[in-house]
Design a protein around this ligand. Sequence first.
Ligand code: HEC
Ligand code: HEC
Length: 193
Amino acid sequence: MLGLAIGLGQPLSAQTRLSGNQFLTPQLQAMQQDADVNPISLWVEKGQTLWRNDCQSCHHAPETLRTSAAEFPRLITRNKNTRLINLEDQINVCRQRVGQHPKGLEDDDTLTLSALLHSVAKGQTIHAQAPADAAGQQRWQDELAQGAQLYATRIGRLNLACMHCHDGKVGVNLRAEIVSPGHPSGFPIYRLN
Ligand code: HEC
Ligand code: HEC
């Protein structure tokens, strides 16, 4: 519905809280919502098999981790070393628990399990949050400040910062796409191009 209202050449407010899905054509939105035709369904199915083999013994059904995907990235401390990890890092930590070698964040099996955990988290609000202790809270603030700085730093071939598009040009056409506020809420995704 919203997809129809967007893309009229009028920049929207940078405060607009919409997922990139809302900026797809109505046809693509319909495909996203229909499990029978959305290719991600194949990944989720494969994820269920991997889950039964490698994860279920400790975690029971994937639904028991319903909020998990929405709570990454998170700060973890191991051996006095604190670092930010995302869901795919956690999946790799756990895969080593069942004797698998750690694989890349974009590895097929890692993404497959990530797709499964995101599918059970559908509808959850993202709530990545600081650890409870004072040192963790300070570190979290430092990470946020670094992220905000990167978001405003010009990089890459176009020499643009994230904010030049995702703050300044929300709702504007860029080639075949319409620039959204750039929320990372719908991943992993299956790209058609
Ligand atoms: C030249 C413009 C431009 C710049 C600069 C840019 N993006 Fe994007 N970005 C896009 C377009 C176009 C899309 C695809 C349509 C959409 O969802 O916004 C996109 C998509 C995204 C998405 C997916 C949004 C969703 O809901 O699916 C995220 C997340 C994102 N960008 C983050 C970033 C980050 C972080 C940076 C800086 C490192 C950045 N972008 C820089 C244009 C840009
Ligand atoms: C041997 C037991 C064990 C197995 C098998 C296991 N995990 Fe875990 N998992 C844990 C423990 C313990 C934690 C708590 C955090 C930590 O110590 O890493 C955890 C945490 C997690 C979390 C974060 C949960 C939260 O707090 O939101 C996710 C996601 C996860 N595991 C995914 C997986 C996946 C995917 C697999 C299968 C590849 C798997 N785990 C297999 C023990 C296991």
